[in-house]
Write a protein that binds this ligand. Structure first.
Ligand code: GCB
Length: 858
């Protein structure tokens, strides 16, 4: 290293926290921003004051909470960020770039009031050259202002989707300083250096490098393009050099490949071994630019309709999908958040992740390489397209950015370009069958274009798309455009039966067709539990039943190209209701990353690490009749398990085909200790839980209080620890609804003014009466209502009496509180002469309804 370069290098080391190789400096600009949550004139100018703006750090979003309140809208529009960037005058002869890993979704960058550049699309990184706008006066300050907008834009994918579009600079941001002779593509995920490993075998591997170099000086330059490969221990493996001359103010592409490396250590999910390639521009012995990329040696193929192979061996792709947002943070995540997610996925036993429905953080791909998780990444063309060249241009640019930024990661095997592109019609409304041939021709044309862009950008991976179950894809020839055909399948959830999953698959199978199950899933709300799971009841028990069946059917079809659960984590769905508003709950873990019981089904099947898990963590507090048997289940990779309940050993059970164990158990009132244990390779593994069982007598003798989740087969545990037991038809000598029919809210409708959505979500319709054959005494009766329909005042009116005494007269929920809004009504009533409590409903207009009921003895 020459003396002046050494000084510069040492200076840069003091000046900035991150040094990305010699000759290049990269440091975080996450701190010290001021934020203004609106549009404001002249915000980019130095003269404008940001004194009253909110101090923030990146990653940041302004939508961390507002998509999830009772107000159906959330703020999508313009906001401003400003920051002072202090650069030492000695950097004057260098190139300075600002690199944003993502800003959702349109960003305009200004430096010292000058417009420096803009970027469209919320999920890929962009670097903007700010060299010409910098102020180098002594003690000169530089004002960086970024206008970010997440307003809907019909020309930028995604158009309308089932997840929140969090506005903000929600990933890390960096300053990158280079020499004037430098690698062109300045972004920290590939550094502008694209590496392939052609012809890898167990015996040898080669490394080939392609890059674009830019000479921003007024003289022709001669330099060495040096690539050095080191192993995981940092030991030199191979180095290769090419001498290059570049004209003044020119940019040129350089390719170079090294000699084969003998006996390479291969990369795989089981052994994710990485080498490092250091690429340098060296002139006169001085390193002018340098970037480092981790790579892995592996080869893979989808085997013409017969599964997937990695490094010459069949590998069943056991996968999941990941949405990135986290409760309370939105999309503004830290590196630790990404690591926790990817580790949870790895620990469940996955070897594959689909990053749906958009490119994710650079850190996610780094972790996938490190942990050994194969990746499908995709651009966010979801549900429909805008018929415009601008839409196509933006999507093509996104494909280009996604691929160039993820290019060097050995984990990536597939690039996707769309998800369920035929789900909506041209106007953006959900459609059953496509019936506009003109629009279909446009979509097909776009789909072919996007697919060929993917293949041209990266011939070393496979192209793919995810489709929903509809004959339209085959009818219009969209199912055979990409190399791998992804299907999102929900039979047994939105419609049909779980068993139809496999039989439908067998029908779709065509010779040579690589069929990937890109999504399958059912929702599980941890506050709802049942002994009688039913489709669409949102209980963890149904979610487990669904996933057990799908896993079994997947195991029976090793010809599948791979499968991915929808979804690893619950995620936001701003415009959806259900028993937990604004949430998609198909996750293996909750939105704040607590594993649900279903997670351990997969862990037992996919992760060989010995484990025993009593599948009841989501139902530790429960209520039911005394002296009734309850089913208990466990997941384990032990062949046999013993369960003890309150110290009493139950029958030893063997696991079924998906490693599930079941017992019928009698619980006592209060705390119950359950332990399960089994032997694996001679060693004992066990699990222990305490169940708090609130038993009541079937004849209601001695009852102090009883809460019923009317219209539901499931129990609900509220935040105060009270259990709302499942509904039942009235039986003499006990309690229940006297006829009526169980209904649920339309899941698109959000139930407002309550955190107890589950008890309002289901209800009894046309209910004549609800009865409790309680002992004589004084009781408080609380009725809970929410109007499920968008009706007018006066459309539903009914009277309620309790033991013949009027309680509610001409009750009109819509008039009293409004529609889809929770309301409670309490009354004091007497049970006399052994007649218990009869709550009678008399419809005056429309049908009487009841969402939940609680009685309490006074
Ligand atoms: C799908 C979509 C996904 C949804 C999912 C669901 O097919 O691709 O974006 O979130 O279904 O849960 O409905």
């Amino acid at each position: 290293m020459k003396f002046h370069s050494l000084i510069f290098f040492l200076f840069l080391l003091c000046f900035s926290p991150v040094v990305n190789g010699q000759g290049r400096v990269q440091f975080s600009i996450n701190d010290g921003w001021k934020f203004f949550p609106n549009g404001t004139a002249y915000a980019e100018t130095v003269a404008a004051s940001d004194a009253g703006w909110e101090p923030v750090s990146l990653p940041h979003t302004w939508n961390a909470t507002d998509p999830f309140d009772d107000d159906k809208t959330y703020r999508r529009g313009i906001s401003w960020y400003r920051k002072e960037l202090n650069l030492d005058a000695r950097l004057k002869d260098k190139k300075v770039f600002l690199y944003f890993e993502a800003a959702n979704q349109v960003a305009h960058l200004y430096v010292n009031g000058y417009f420096a550049g803009m970027h469209k699309g919320g999920y890929t990184g962009f670097a903007i050259d700010i060299t010409n706008y910098l102020n180098w006066k002594p003690n000169g300050k530089n004002l960086v202002a970024v206008q970010v907008s997440n307003a809907h834009d019909p020309f930028i994918p995604p158009l309308n989707v089932g997840y929140a579009s969090y506005g903000g600079i929600y990933r890390d941001a960096w300053a990158i300083v280079t020499d004037k002779l430098h690698f062109t593509g300045v972004n920290n995920n590939s550094g502008g250096v694209y590496i392939t490993t052609p012809g890898v075998t167990k015996q040898q591997a080669t490394v080939a490098v392609r890059t674009q170099v830019k000479n921003e000086t007024n003289a022709a330059r001669t330099f060495q393009f040096v690539n050095t490969i080191t192993d995981a221990a940092g030991m030199l493996v191979k180095s290769f050099t090419k001498s290059v001359t570049i004209a003044a103010n020119q940019e040129m592409m350089i390719t170079n490949a090294g000699e084969p490396i003998a006996n390479p250590k291969l990369w795989s999910p089981a052994s994710p071994y990485r080498y490092q390639v250091t690429s340098q521009i060296v002139a006169n012995g001085v390193v002018l630019d340098e970037v480092r990329n981790n790579i892995g040696f592996r080869w893979f193929s989808f085997d013409n309709g017969n599964g997937f192979s990695l490094n010459g061996e069949k590998l069943l792709l056991h996968g999941t999908n990941r949405h990135q947002d986290i409760k309370g943070k939105g999309d503004a995540l830290t590196a630790e958040d990404h690591r926790r997610d990817m580790q949870l996925i790895k620990d469940m036993g996955c070897n594959f992740v689909r990053l749906a429905h958009y490119p994710q953080a650079a850190e996610v791909l780094r972790l996938a390489d490190e942990l050994g998780l194969l990746i499908w990444e995709e651009t966010p063309v979801v549900n429909f397209v805008t018929n415009s060249p601008e839409f196509v241009a933006n999507e093509e640019n996104m494909i280009h950015e996604m691929i160039t930024q993820g290019y060097n990661h050995p984990a990536v095997i597939m690039w996707g370009s769309s998800n369920e592109i035929l789900l909506h019609g041209p106007d953006g409304e959900r459609i059953g069958t496509q019936n506009d041939p003109g629009y279909m021709a446009v979509v097909k044309n776009f789909a072919m274009k996007f697919d060929s862009t993917v293949r041209a950008e990266d011939p070393t991976r496979y192209s793919t798309v995810a489709m929903h179950v509809s004959g339209d894809y085959a009818k219009y020839g969209l199912d055979t455009i990409s190399q791998v055909a992804g299907y999102n399948v929900y039979s047994g959830w939105y419609s049909g039966k779980v068993e139809e999953f496999g039989t439908d698959l067998d029908k779709w199978r065509k010779p040579g067709h690589n069929v990937f199950i890109s999504e399958y899933g059912a929702e599980g709300e941890v506050r709802l539990n049942t002994n009688n799971p039913m489709r669409f009841d949102y209980t963890g028990q149904y979610q487990r039943y669904f996933n057990e069946s799908y896993l079994r059917q997947i195991n029976e079809r090793p010809w599948l190209a791979g499968t991915a659960i929808w979804n690893q984590f619950d995620f936001s769905q701003p415009n959806i209701g259900g028993p937990q508003s604004h949430r998609n709950q198909k996750g293996m873990a909750t939105w704040d990353r607590k594993n649900k019981d279903v997670y351990y089904l997969y862990k037992a099947n996919w992760n060989p690490e010995p484990m025993v898990y009593i599948a009841t963590r989501d139902w530790l507090v429960r209520s039911g009749e005394s002296q009734t048997m309850t089913t208990f289940e466990a997941y384990s990779n032990a062949p046999e398990l013993t369960l003890t309940v309150n110290g009493v050993a139950q029958k030893i059970q063997r696991g079924n085909d998906v490693k599930k164990f079941s017992w019928q158990v009698l619980l006592k009132d209060g705390a119950n200790e359950l332990s399960a244990s089994g032997k694996i390779n001679g060693q004992t593994y066990s699990d222990h839980v305490v169940i708090n069982y609130k038993a009541f007598n079937a004849d209601l003798s001695g009852i102090q209080s009883l809460s019923v989740n009317v219209g539901s087969n499931a129990q609900y545990l509220d935040a105060s620890g009270n259990v709302w037991v499942e509904d039942r038809p009235y039986r003499k000598g006990s309690f229940g609804s006297v006829s009526g029919s169980s209904k649920m809210f339309d899941r698109k409708d959000v139930i407002m003014s309550t955190a107890d959505e589950p008890v309002f979500y289901t209800y009894q319709d046309s209910l004549p009466a609800y009865r409790f054959d309680v002992p004589d005494g004084q009781y408080q009766v609380t009725l809970r209502f929410a109007e499920p329909f968008r009706i007018k005042t006066g459309d539903r009116v009914f009277n309620v009496t309790i033991n013949g005494v009027p309680a509610l007269r001409d009750f009109d929920i819509a008039a009293a509180i409004g529609i889809q809004r929770a309301v409670n009504k309490s009354f004091i009533a007497q049970a006399v002469t052994g007649n218990g409590l009869t709550i009678q409903f008399e419809a005056i207009k429309g049908n009487a309804i009841l969402n939940a009921i609680k009685i309490r003895r006074l």
